[in-house]
Ligand binder design. Structure first.
Ligand code: ATP
Ligand code: MG
Ligand code: FE
Length: 341
């Protein structure tokens, strides 16, 4: 089985060829980060233009690198939400065009399901499974009773973890996206600021990062006003420790209430080394639960993960048709209800 998959939900244009849902023949990722950096974040109109410019050559490169032609393909998979509507539409339109020109089934994929299936390249996913999904736009704990069923048991009530990294990174003078550099600085500093761990002890599995962000901004702003210079390393370490503490504590409690065979860490923030280390340590206490850390190179947005998820939905015959549209605020619901598109 060969799937040509598309991802264009944000600022990466990506096309991949995936064999049997678990083998990457090619995974072309054209990033636009440089174009957005001077604005300090992703500008939707700029993103759409880049996707349009890049998508055709991404398809050609993906097929060439995989050494396959359109006739070898079995299906086309595409991210249709959530994300930026204009950005999503480029991938959806390209995927539809290829699918209908070559009489291939079209498989719509939820971007967040894609993030989870990045772990599929490590080994088969065993159910029930739990995913800690941490990215630029989402922070959620997802319980999966079986393939294709996604139940959100907890989520952020305000900022996503990645968003918080990017916002405090800006104050530290770090370019968007700041997560990786804050992570690096954090490993050089100490947790000296004792920032708040919001909702850490409450009963829900929900998260909140806006208070942490405000505490961070207040601390740096106050230091500025009195002319004091704070250690960037210690600021980063203190921020990261607060984020990791909350993510890890909630995940551990979720695993106690919902015993699962695997915990999957996925999404852009899953590349965070502090978080990977902490979950590795925490999971030692769970001998029935295996930890799958999404491969570092597949934590950020890419089409390979969309192909892996697409393979699962392909086998479940969850196909889309010519009316498939981008859905910027797509949720997991239709998957949980078992409905087909
Ligand atoms: P979503 O997946 O929710 O739609 P997105 O696709 O924009 O959002 P991703 O590409 O999955 O987000 O992740 C990007 C985010 O990951 C950015 O906020 C970035 O700062 C963050 N990030 C990347 N590497 C790290 C790291 N090592 N530590 C913390 N955050 C990181
Ligand atoms: Mg991105
Ligand atoms: Fe993403």
């Amino acid at each position: 089985n060969l799937i040509l998959s598309f991802e264009s939900s944000c600022d990466e244009t990506s096309v991949a060829v995936i064999e049997n849902g678990d083998h990457i023949l090619s995974n072309i990722v054209a990033t636009q980060i440089k174009s957005h950096q001077r604005f300090g974040g992703v500008v939707p109109e700029v993103a759409s233009r880049h996707h349009i410019e890049q998508i055709t050559s991404c398809i050609e490169d993906a097929l060439t690198e995989a050494q396959v032609g359109y006739d070898d393909l079995d299906a086309v998979a595409v991210t249709y939400g959530p994300g930026l509507v204009g950005a999503l539409l480029i991938g959806v339109t390209a995927a539809k065009t290829v699918a209908f020109a070559h009489h291939l089934p079209l498989v719509p994929v939820n971007h967040m399901a894609g993030h989870i299936y990045a772990a599929r390249f490590l080994k088969p996913i065993e159910f029930p499974a739990m995913a800690l999904l941490v990215s630029g736009g989402h922070t959620e704990l997802v319980y999966m009773a079986e393939p294709g069923k996604f139940e959100i048991i907890g989520e952020t009530r305000d900022d996503a973890a990645g968003e918080a990294y990017d916002k405090i990174g800006r104050v530290l003078g770090i370019n968007y996206p700041a997560g990786k550099e804050v992570d690096r600085l954090a490993h050089l500093g100490k947790d000296t600021f004792d920032f708040p761990r919001a909702m850490d002890q409450d009963d829900s599995f929900d998260f909140s990062f806006s208070g942490l962000k405000s505490a961070f901004l207040n601390t740096t702003h106050h230091a500025d006003q009195i002319g004091e210079t704070l250690s960037r390393e210690d600021l980063a370490a203190s921020f990261q420790q607060a984020v990791v503490d909350v993510l890890a504590d909630k995940t551990v409690r979720a695993l106690r209430e919902f015993p699962v065979k695997q915990l999957i860490l996925a999404g852009g923030v899953a590349a965070n080394l502090g978080l990977r280390e902490r979950l590795t340590t925490e999971l030692e206490a769970f001998d029935q639960t295996e930890l799958l850390l999404a491969p570092l190179k597949l934590c950020g947005d890419n089409a390979a993960m969309i192909g892996a998820a697409g393979y699962v939905f392909y086998n479940q015959q969850k196909f889309g048709d010519a009316s498939l549209n981008a859905d910027p605020s797509l949720e997991f619901d239709w998957l949980a209800s078992g409905a087909t598109v």
